[in-house]
Design a protein around this ligand. Structure first.
Ligand SMILES: *Cc1c(COP(=O)(O)O)cnc(C)c1O
Length: 447
C-alpha cells in the first residue's frame, strides 16, 4: 500500500519535471535478484512484481489540454493540428516533408503506389516482418520476392538481396524490424547499382539512426506507424517521410481522394487523412519519445551485456554504425540445447510465469495463405502468367532457411519492458538463469 502510494507520488512529481521522466519503479521492485528457488511455472514465487509501465502512457495534466482543445473546437477533420504534427515529425526525423496517414499500413500502400510500382514489378522484402509490409506490395499488384535475413541482426541481409535481383526488380522494402536499423549503406549501394526504389518500413523504428542519421531518410521514402502498441502511440496513425517534393505531392493527392495537390495532377486515390484529435494525441506522445528512446537504448545495452553471460542465450547484434535503435522489441535467440532441451514454447511460459512479458515473435511471412489466395484473384490472373502464379513454385523460389531457424529460436521482450529500471533488467537475467537451472524439472513438469 505504502509502496504504491510512494510510486504514485513519485510519478506525479516527475511528471512536472518532464514527460519522459515519469518512469521510475524503485518503490515497487522487490530486491530478490538471485536465481534460487522454485520456478514460478512450477508453483514457486515469481521473481518480478510487474514493474513494467502500462502502455500507452497517459498523463492527465500534461496530455489532456491539447486533446480537449481539439475536441472542443469542433474541428475534427484534418486541419492545422495535423499539419503541425507533420512539420514536427519531419523535423524530428530530419526529412524535408512528412505526410500523416490513417495508419502505417496505408503509409506503406501509399508510398509503394506513388513510387510507380505495379503489376509485373518485383519488390524485395524480408520474410521476418509484420504482414503489412507484404500487404503494401500485394495491394499494388506487384510480386513479392523474399530475401533471407542475417540471423545475428534479425534483419534483411544485403547479400541475399543481391541474389534476388532480376530484370523485373523495381524496389526494395527493407524493414527495420524490432526498431533495429537495417544495413542502409549496403542497401542504398545496391539500389544505386540497379536503379531501384527503396522504401523503408520504419514502422517499428522511430528515431533509430545510423551514424546519427534517422532511418526513414536513407531510402526514397520512409514509413512509420503510430498504432497503439507502437513507441509513439496514437491508437491508429502513420506517416510517410521523404525529401522528394514531387513524390510527396503525389502522396498527399493519393491520401485525399486523388485530388490535385501541388505538382501532382488528379490520380486514382483513397481517403487516408488523420484527424485533428489524433494529431493532438500524437504531439503529446511525441514529447516522450526522445527520453524514452534513450532509456530503451540504455537498458538494451545493459541487457545485451548481461545476456551474453548466459550460455544458450544470444542477444541480437546491431548493424555497424548504428548510433541509436528504437527497440520496439528486444529480440534474442534461445538455444534449447543449453536448457536441457526445454522447447522454446515452454521456456516462454516459464519466463512469463516469472513476470517477464515475452513472446516468440513472427512466423515466416513467405508461407502465409494471403499469398496463394492473392495469386488467385482476378487482377493477378490478368497481370501474370499462370506459371508465375503457382503458389508451390513461389514457395520453392522464396525459401529463406535462415529465417525458418530464426523464427523457431527468437524470443521478444516488448518495448515497455525496456522502460523499467536497471534492477528490473537484472530480474530478467535472473529469471532466465532460474529457468536454466531448473530446465529439466520444468520440462518434466515437476520439481
Ligand atoms: C505496425 C507495423 C506496420 C503497420 O502499421 P499499422 O499502423 O499497424 O498499420 C507495418 N510494418 C511493420 C514492420 C509494423 O510493425
Amino acid at each position: 500500500m505504502n509502496n504504491n502510494k510512494g510510486r504514485r507520488n513519485f510519478i506525479k512529481k516527475s511528471a512536472v519535471i518532464g514527460l519522459g521522466a515519469t518512469l521510475s519503479f524503485d518503490a515497487v521492485l522487490p530486491v530478490v535478484l538471485n536465481a534460487t528457488g522454485k520456478p514460478a511455472v512450477l508453483g514457486g514465487r515469481p521473481l518480478v512484481g510487474a514493474p513494467w509501465p502500462k502502455w500507452p502512457i497517459w498523463n492527465r495534466e500534461t496530455d489532456e489540454p491539447l486533446v480537449l482543445e481539439a475536441l472542443r473546437s469542433g474541428v475534427w477533420s484534418r486541419a492545422e493540428k495535423v499539419t503541425l504534427f507533420e512539420k514536427k515529425w519531419a523535423a524530428l526525423i530530419g526529412a524535408k516533408r512528412a505526410l500523416a496517414t490513417v495508419n502505417g499500413t496505408n503509409a506503406l500502400i501509399t508510398a509503394v503506389a506513388q513510387s510507380d510500382i505495379g503489376g509485373g514489378d518485383e519488390v524485395i522484402l524480408p520474410p521476418y516482418t509484420f504482414i503489412a509490409t507484404l500487404t503494401a506490395i500485394l495491394n499494388a499488384g506487384a510480386m513479392p520476392v523474399f530475401a533471407d535475413v542475417n540471423p545475428d541482426t534479425f534483419l534483411i541481409d544485403p547479400e541475399a538481396i543481391k541474389k534476388k535481383i532480376t530484370s523485373r526488380t523495381r524496389a526494395i522494402l527493407p524493414v527495420h524490424i524490432c526498431g533495429l536499423p537495417a544495413d542502409m549503406g549496403a542497401i542504398m549501394q545496391i539500389s544505386k547499382e540497379h536503379n531501384l526504389v527503396v522504401i523503408e518500413d520504419a514502422c517499428q523504428a522511430w528515431l533509430a539512426e545510423i551514424d546519427h542519421k534517422k532511418v526513414g531518410t536513407f531510402g526514397h521514402a520512409g514509413c512509420f506507424s503510430f498504432q497503439n502498441s507502437k513507441n509513439l502511440p496514437i491508437g491508429e496513425g502513420g506517416a510517410i517521410v521523404s525529401d522528394d517534393e514531387a513524390f510527396m505531392d503525389r502522396c498527399v493527392s493519393y491520401h485525399n481522394l486523388g485530388l490535385p495537390y501541388g505538382t501532382a495532377s488528379a490520380r486514382p486515390g483513397s481517403k487516408l487523412r488523420l484527424t485533428e484529435y489524433q494529431a493532438a494525441i500524437g504531439m503529446v506522445q511525441m514529447e516522450r519519445l526522445l527520453p524514452q528512446t534513450a532509456t530503451r537504448n540504455e537498458n538494451a545495452r545493459y541487457l545485451v551485456q548481461q545476456m551474453k553471460t548466459i550460455k544458450g542465450i544470444t542477444p541480437h547484434t546491431l548493424t555497424p554504425g548504428v548510433t541509436q535503435a528504437a527497440y520496439h522489441l528486444f529480440p534474442f535467440k534461445y538455444d534449447q540445447r543449453f536448457f536441457a532441451n526445454l522447447p522454446r514454447a515452454q521456456f516462454l511460459k516459464a519466463l512469463q510465469a516469472e513476470g517477464i512479458p515475452c513472446s516468440g515473435g513472427y512466423m515466416p511471412l513467405n508461407d502465409i495463405k494471403n499469398l496463394g489466395n492473392t495469386f488467385e484473384t482476378k487482377n493477378y490472373k490478368k497481370m501474370y502468367a499462370a506459371s508465375e502464379l503457382s503458389y508451390e513454385r513461389f514457395k520453392e523460389n522464396n525459401q529463406c532457411p535462415k529465417n525458418e531457424t530464426l523464427c523457431h529460436e527468437a524470443v521478444w521482450l516488448p518495448q515497455n519492458v525496456l522502460l523499467a529500471n536497471k534492477e528490473a533488467m537484472d530480474m530478467i537475467v535472473s529469471a532466465i538463469q532460474k529457468i536454466q537451472k531448473n530446465a529439466a524439472a520444468i520440462k518434466k513438469g515437476t520439481v
